[in-house]
Design a protein around this ligand. Sequence first.
Ligand code: C2O
Ligand code: CU
Ligand code: CU
Length: 557
Amino acid sequence: MTVYNSGRRRFLKHSALGAAMLALPDWLPASSGKITGMATPGFKPDVALEFFAQTAYVPIFAGGPETAVQKYVARLLKGPAQTLRHLPDNYLGPVLNLQQGQKVRCYFNNRLNEPCIIHWHGLHVPQTSDGHPMYSMPPGRQYVYEFEVLNRAGTSFYHSHTHGLTAEQVYRGLAGLIVIGDEQESRLDLPRGEYDLPLVIQDRSFDAQNQLRYPHGMPQRMLGFLGDTVLVNGKPNAEFSVKSRAYRFRALNGSNSRIYKLGWEDGAPLTAIGADAGLLEKPEQRPYIMLSPGERVDLWLDFSGRAVGSRLIMYSLPFSGVMPAMYERMSGRMGMMLQHSLPQGGKFPVATFRISEKVGDSPALPEKLAAIRRLTESDTDNARNPLPIAMAMRPMRPTLNGKSFAMDRVMDFEKVSLGSFKKIRIFHDRSGMGMMAGGHGMGGRMRRGMESGSQHDGQEDGGHMGGNMMMEMAHPIHLHGQQFQIIGRNAMGVNANSYETVRHGFMDSGWKDTVLVMPGEEVTIIKPFQDYSGLYLYHCHNLEHENAGMMRQFLVG
Ligand code: C2O
Ligand code: CU
Ligand code: CU
């Protein structure tokens, strides 16, 4: 973990501001907009940027009326010219290209007429530069970020994290890709330049005037928004004209709640070289790859030997079991309530690749990519007492650890000592009694039930359990700050038939920051909490769930 040590000095510089806030009794005054990040005189940026959140009109559909969107636009003030790559006619912000070790200062200016902030999803940065919703800036205000790029080479993204508005602002466009490079990666012969492309996948709904529709009634708040139009890199009917060689496609699921099962129609495997914010140890082949909101996967797509003029279609292949059993059983009627023609788990094309030119300069797939130190329980200080992340849908409100998000609250067990490595169990709370609210000393009965793998423990409240299980759904759980490793999935409680349609597509081997947990499933991770103290969020990246309060935070210190 020595790679992170360089960040320690940064932490010291930020701790003055952090400590002032943290020292306040009961957190009460840490409310929105009270703290404005300011440039630190001693901080010498290698890269300086200006970001604006503003409204814009972009031609999403050729010919038709332009679509009103919210967009991050940016200007490079200092640093390498390739730092920003603008995507023309797009609601997506520019691709932000950073290098490990760079010091970045970013002046964020809110030109919207509502609060806004930027979060760098996947980046390990000080709390004051993490875009915590407490820093949501009112219209006209500026927030200054300063951080050193500690991350390894990989793909991340930035998006709005505005208190109460995250889901809608991301939906209206406030997001963009982050590409990080490092020395280790530069020694590999990977596709670069025009052969290294974004694949940002999002679903949207439009009215007849090409304007975004964002219905958010009870069905969307409970299940998540699902659009009927799939956009790739901000465009419908995505088609890439490619040469007969290998490409690197940096796939990001930037959707609010839709989960994709990426694959070829003929069942040919996909090759991944990276997952979430980092390269894998070695390339991995999968019959398909599951990508839930917030997750990334770097795909190695090799079109070598394909005839000019031929085409390949990447699909989202059919799967089941991620929605509540109640919904899946009555999908027809609920489908109508959700007003979408593309159900979650349906089959549809994502992108077409058309071979336009024969070339012979393809790099070969490397055998080894990056060194990854495997974390084990012995790295943690709580192997026998893992931190819980208990997911529940209760009464008509998704929660974590029995609670909704509160800007100024942490529970006792959410206090984590700086520098520690924690084992964390992410599971569905089937107690039906909000037992998690008591924190770490979660109900012994439930705990025993989870540990023995029995899903039928506690018959005496079977009524609650039945109800909870009927509402259980898949949640993409995301943790801010440092990346984690997945050390186990326990599928004892899943629906075996549904699970079979997704389980071969989990990319669990690399460093992760978001993990999809299926109904009835339990995922165990190990997460380091090094370098920076402060508040680090954990939440469901189904953005309607996040918005409804399915978010909590760790206080690292
Ligand atoms: Cu991608 Cu807390 O976010
Ligand atoms: Cu994040
Ligand atoms: Cu969720």
